[in-house]
Design a protein around this ligand. Structure first.
Ligand SMILES: Cc1cc2nc3c(=O)[nH]c(=O)nc-3n(C[C@H](O)[C@H](O)[C@H](O)COP(=O)(O)OP(=O)(O)OC[C@H]3O[C@@H](n4cnc5c(N)ncnc54)[C@H](O)[C@@H]3O)c2cc1C
Ligand code: SF4
Length: 817
């Protein structure tokens, strides 16, 4: 019989628990989740990259809407549970929904601690906990106010760096003499402060906040010494408290958090608690690694197969601020019988300190160079005796006697369940398994398939070592191919940094990302032009000189130096008036050849460059626009005749094709995009070799993508099935936008799929409607700037007129001079 499992809170811990539970006991529970936040489960630790602009919310969602549907979970979004009735075994939400349970899991996380100072409730005072906070901070940044962050711990500093990246003036006010004093010793804290100040963040340590000033909204922060710091935004990041009130009110035993045993059971055996709200062995936790361990334990316990239970281990701390490397783990306070090993390299800004007792590592602090963090952490976890390597211990793993010959030995020796990526809780076996099963060859592939190394990035070195071990010579760790010799950065990094640093012009990208040439080259300029146009629609002005000749003149150059002109024919349909206009143009400009293209259009070949504007003007007068047959953008949407004419057609394939084309024309994409819609599986429009293809069937529309019929020949993959034309358009547009945002310049859709994997694409545009609509909306927004016919602009003579002015015809001899 299915049992009713109710979960309060939909954060990272219960999300992970359910993944385990569905594996261990499929079908055993009917799951209902109540979440006070009005959204699906997302990677909370990645809010900082969202704040700094390095990621979008859609990229940090862990389980999209589709996942809940697929697993039969009822998710109440925006429902806060206000009461647990342990006798009736029900929970009741703020909206009045009462749900019975057989087993209940409380996973309410933590609440930010708000300093009890005057002014704490003023508008403009925020905490840093969820997406709403991040969105409010980004809005404040856009308003150009100054920010004060109260709290110089991990969260506060990530908030400060994120706000600074958004262009705000930021001050950090910290109570203690050095930053992150719980994770860093004073020397490392000092280096961190210097690094932040170098980025333009003011740091005020040893400062007590007395009040927040302002009438109705924040105007400043008053310190105990009387100083007043001007502020339009105050972010309180002064600590967190387990959210345990609900449990306390229900009579469940609570200390600092909800008291649980090693199997995550509370004082009521029908109720479990896990995550930041739980207290176990006198400790509460605020990092995901132990919470994921709790998740596994709770899943086993619910599945009726309890394992060995939760055991404490130290979790390393890393700061997710791009360009600042720090790592700390364990206990590094001074004490009886403890000694330390310290390495300082002032010039390189490197500081390393190990605290030892009885020849075992108790704690490690690394700043500036953190590659050995995992190794020190592992020695600490195992309680390894380091006396034999004590002299060289601080220099790291590669200096150790016996081991320097093979720096991979330690990684090779790790058991399959050794955690490699702490942020995402990915173990060695999962990574090596995915490399083999998925034929993964690049770090990006591994990130897309396993999530390892996709968060704070500190495990990237380890993941690369695992790739080397698994693939041998087939793995090239430097395989992040730079875009071109002008830079060492690959396409992915350049795209990410354009967003993170809000770079909005080609010179800005080249300057900020340290291009090695003054003006770039024919490889990087078109790529940068595309990335900027895709990222900042409406703001970035297209740089004509960064386009290839065909895109610059909006026609295809042919081998004799003349051009071919292809007007758009929506979904392959035309009219007598259009055909007449084409015929007139052919006569008037003595165009030598007219041909039907494979994409159901008419190609006029042999047009002189200087005639192009006049040809376009005449075609434009008949209502025709550029077919973009030259573009790294949407080209054709080929259709069959569908239900209008064909005996077999199941849907209006022509109508859908026209609708798609009218919606999407003018859009720029990483490489050309061709589409087709066939009215039935007979597939007369050859939709299964296109970038996007639709096959209409009785029950709706099968959406295919990632086909090719050029240099590479490839059949499409099936993305999904949808019931209505509306949904088909939604999915196709969202898919194209995802490709626009992730594709490397000149990377066709099928290559993009191979790189990022089907799973992530489906998760973004099929399973999760909210995400899909967000991509759809971004595409629509960008279209409001793109759907200008380039032919009309040029035919008017106001745009790029010089491009089409005739030059003197030179004979060979003259040209040589
Ligand atoms: C900005 C930021 C950066 C971080 N960086 C890192 C990092 O780098 N590394 C790391 O390991 N950890 C980091 N953390 C901490 C990590 O995110 C948390 O430890 C983890 O998300 C906690 O998971 P949880 O499931 O216990 O709770 P949460 O993810 O907080 O989820 C609790 C959910 O319960 C909901 N809820 C609360 N009360 C109720 C109720 N009565 N009814 C219904 N729903 C309710 C809340 O709305 C919330 O959605 C960071 C946290 C933040 C905020
Ligand atoms: S694909 Fe089907 S509906 Fe379309 S023309 Fe061919 S047979 Fe007819």
């Amino acid at each position: 019989m299915t049992e009713r499992l109710v979960i309060i809170g939909n954060g990272m811990a219960p999300g992970r628990m359910l993944e385990h539970l569905f594996e261990l006991a499929p079908g055993r529970f009917r799951v209902t989740i109540f979440n006070a936040e009005p959204r699906v489960n997302y990677d909370r630790i990645m809010l900082s990259p969202v704040l700094s602009g390095e990621k979008r919310f859609e990229e940090i969602v862990i389980h999209g809407d589709g996942w809940y549907v697929a697993n039969g979970i009822t998710l109440y979004k925006g429902h806060r549970i206000v009461a647990i009735d342990r006798v009736a075994k029900t929970v009741t939400s703020s909206h009045g929904v009462t749900e019975p349970y057989d087993r209940l899991v409380i996973a309410t996380g933590s609440s930010p601690f708000i300093l009890p100072v005057p002014g704490k409730d003023l508008a403009g005072v925020l905490s840093y906990r969820d997406l709403d906070d991040v969105e409010a901070m980004i809005l404040a940044a856009q308003a150009g106010v100054k920010a004060v962050v109260i709290g110089g711990g991990l969260l506060g500093l990530e908030a400060a760096a994120g706000l600074r990246a958004q262009g705000m003036a930021v001050s950090v006010v910290h109570l203690m003499p050095t930053l992150m004093e719980r994770q860093l010793d004073p020397a490392a804290g000092y280096l961190l402060q210097k690094a932040l100040e170098k980025r333009g963040i003011e740091v005020i340590t040893g400062a007590t906040t007395r009040a927040i000033r302002g009438e109705t909204r924040v105007e400043g922060v008053e310190l105990a010494d009387g100083r007043i710091i001007e502020a339009g935004l105050v972010v309180m990041a002064a600590g967190i408290r387990p959210s345990a009130d609900l449990a306390r009110d229900a009579g469940i035993a609570v200390g600092r958090g909800i008291l649980v045993d090693a199997q995550m059971a509370t004082s009521d055996p029908a109720i479990l608690a896990l995550g930041e709200c739980a207290e176990i062995g006198g400790r509460v936790y605020g990092l995901v690694a132990p919470l994921y361990q709790m998740a596994e334990v709770a899943a086993r316990s619910l599945a009726g197969a309890p394992g060995k239970g939760f055991a404490h281990s130290d979790t390393p701390t890393k700061l997710k601020v791009t360009g600042i490397d720090l790592y700390s783990v364990g206990d590094f306070a001074d004490g009886e019988g403890r000694d330390e090993i310290v390495l300082r390299d002032a010039a390189a800004g490197v500081y390393k300190r190990l605290v030892l007792k009885d020849n075992r590592i108790l704690g490690a602090v690394l700043y500036g160079e953190t590659a050995d963090g995992g190794w020190f952490g592992d020695l600490l976890k195992k309680g390894a005796d380091v006396s034999a390597m004590r002299d060289t211990l601080i220099f790291g793993q590669s200096y150790q006697g016996g081991a320097p010959l093979d720096p991979m030995a330690a990684v090779a020796a790790l058991p399959d369940d050794a955690e490699i990526c702490g942020c995402n809780g990915v173990c060695k076996g999962k990574i090596t398994g995915a490399i083999v099963a998925g034929g993964l060859t690049t770090i990006d592939d591994v990130r897309a398939y396993t999530k390892a190394s996709s968060s704070c990035g500190s495990c990237t070195g380890l993941v690369e070592q695992l790739m080397s071990l698994t693939l041998g010579a087939a793995f090239n760790p430097t395989a992040v191919k730079p875009i071109c010799p002008c830079t060492d950065l690959g396409h992915g990094d350049v795209r990410r940094l354009i967003v993170a640093k809000a770079l909005k012009s080609i010179p800005a990208v080249m300057q900020e990302l340290q291009w090695k040439t003054s003006c770039g080259c024919a490889k990087c300029r078109p790529a940068l032009n595309y990335y900027l146009i895709a990222e900042w629609p409406g703001e970035y002005v297209d740089d004509k000189q960064s386009r290839f000749i065909n895109e610059r003149v909006h026609a295809n150059i042919q081998k004799d130096g003349t051009y071919s002109v292809v007007p758009r024919m929506w979904g392959g349909m035309t009219t007598a008036a259009e055909l007449r206009a084409i015929a007139d143009v052919v006569d008037k400009f003595q165009i030598p050849a007219v041909k039907c293209t494979g994409g159901q259009r008419i190609d006029m070949l042999g047009v002189k460059k200087e005639d192009l504007p006049a040809v376009w003007a005449d075609l434009g007068a008949a209502g025709m626009v550029s077919g973009a047959a030259y573009a790294k953008g949407l080209r054709t949407v080929k259709t069959c005749v569908g239900t209008d004419w064909c005996r077999f057609g199941t849907q209006d394939s022509t109508g859908l094709g026209i609708r798609i084309e009218k919606f999407m024309w003018g859009s720029w994409t990483p490489a050309k995009v061709k589409m087709a819609v066939s009215g039935c599986p007979r597939n007369c429009a050859e939709a299964t070799c296109k970038d996007v293809g639709v096959i209409c069937v009785d029950s709706g529309y099968d959406i295919h993508f990632a086909g090719a019929a050029g240099l590479d020949i490839k059949g499409t993959e099936v993305l999904c099935h949808v019931a209505t034309e509306e949904e088909a358009l939604e999915v196709i547009v969202a898919l194209t936008q995802l490709y626009r945002e992730q594709g490397h310049y000149l990377e066709r859709m099928y290559k993009w799929l191979k790189r990022v994997g089907m799973e992530s694409i489906r998760a973004a545009v099929v399973e999760d409607r909210e995400k899909r609509l967000a991509y759809f909306e971004r595409f629509r927004h960008s279209q409001s700037f793109s759907q200008k016919d380039p032919w009309a602009e040029r035919a008017s003579g106001r745009v790029a007129a010089h491009e089409f002015r005739p030059m003197a015809e030179l004979g060979l001899r003259e040209a040589a001079e």
